[in-house]
Design a protein around this ligand. Structure first.
Ligand SMILES: [Mg+2]
Length: 333
């Protein structure tokens, strides 16, 4: 799950926010890391998605649970590669001395969802309701928004279920499960689209997903055509349908799922990180191509190459399966 997140981010990072057409024209189909212009043309470098997920994991290894004030200080402590607008505003609020609970803007961007996966780890072997409190604290710290928090809760619950699955779920599972988990949590508050083919649409994120994704699947659209209809950017109304469409169509094939997210969406590093964590949770590291794992820089701060992999190893030892318990939810992590 954690390797899938970093691999997806690092594959998408070098062509983030381009339209799929421009990206294809410039690079052809991306199936491997590209040289990174800000890292001396080195390959396999991550962006903010991996960085902030890694810092959340560092925090969990030290504290054992989310302590929002400490986590906020950690987010503020190092340079963030390709920082999003909402996290920038969060850091500005923090710098002005606001309490942590006042710092997160009311934003439905994907910046909380992209880094939420590690929050699951300390709870894998205990499974207490404290998991959900930690997800809400970690998410709302930077994105104090109902659509964001409900998406983070639903996605975390789905990752947990995927860790325990022996085979990919049916294609219909992704949307059905998301909607069942998120609908009551998000409620009816409207989240108008900011682009895409249906700008007049009004309603909550979960309903947008329930209406648009199954239709695109029924029409047998390919990932690029489907994700284009809702724009596939950094807004949750674009990110979540892209994520669920790609997983519905390609979750059985982890490499192809990540490649489609990298090539066929606009906010491709984040959507590939989210797809990568899901297919990693479902299939395990052995099904992520070795060439991607070997060439992953694992940098989370300037000059700390390999740190991400060290954190993953430490998390496995600390939070992984306990010998002899046979807990299915932790078996393949
Ligand atoms: Mg990014």
């Amino acid at each position: 799950m954690l390797l899938g997140l970093a691999v997806g981010d690092s594959l998408g990072n070098t062509s983030e926010s381009m339209t799929p057409e421009d990206r294809g024209w410039r690079f052809g189909e991306i199936r491997d890391y590209l040289p990174h212009p800000f890292h001396g043309d080195a390959r396999g470098y991550p962006s903010d998605d991996t960085q902030i997920a890694a810092w959340t994991l560092e925090h969990l290894l030290e504290e054992g649970c989310i302590e929002p004030e400490c986590l906020a200080e950690r987010f503020a402590g190092s340079h963030i590669f390709g920082i999003g607008r909402t996290v920038r505003q969060f850091l500005r609020n923090l710098g002005q001395g606001l309490a942590w609970s006042e710092c997160g803007p009311d934003s439905a961007g994907n910046g909380a969802l992209m880094r939420i996966a590690p929050v699951l780890l300390p709870h894998l072997t205990t499974g207490t309701p404290a998991l959900w409190a930690d997800v809400v604290l970690a998410a709302a710290l930077t994105h104090n928004n109902r659509a964001s928090t409900s998406a983070c809760l639903a996605y975390t619950a789905m990752l947990w279920e995927l860790l325990g699955m022996e085979a990919p779920p049916p294609a219909s599972w992704w949307v059905t499960r998301y909607v069942k988990l998120a609908a009551d949590l998000e409620g009816e508050g409207p989240l108008p689209p900011r682009g895409g083919a249906d700008p007049q649409w009004r309603g909550p994120l979960w309903r947008f997903v329930a209406e648009k994704v199954p239709r695109a699947l029924d029409e047998k659209r390919d990932a690029r055509a489907a994700c284009d209809t809702w724009h596939s950017g950094a807004f949750l109304l674009e990110t979540v349908p892209s994520l669920l469409f790609i997983l519905s169509r390609y979750a059985h094939d982890p490499e192809e799922a990540i490649v489609r997210a990298v090539n066929d969406t606009r906010d491709n590093d984040t959507i590939a990180a989210l797809v990568g964590a899901a297919v990693g949770a479902l299939h395990g590291a052995s099904r992520l191509p070795a060439r991607w794992q070997e060439a992953l820089s694992g940098c989370t701060r300037q000059g700390d190459e390999g740190h991400y992999q060290r954190l993953v190893g430490e998390a496995f030892r600390r939070f992984g399966p306990v010998e002899g318990t046979g807990g299915s939810a932790t078996r393949r992590n």
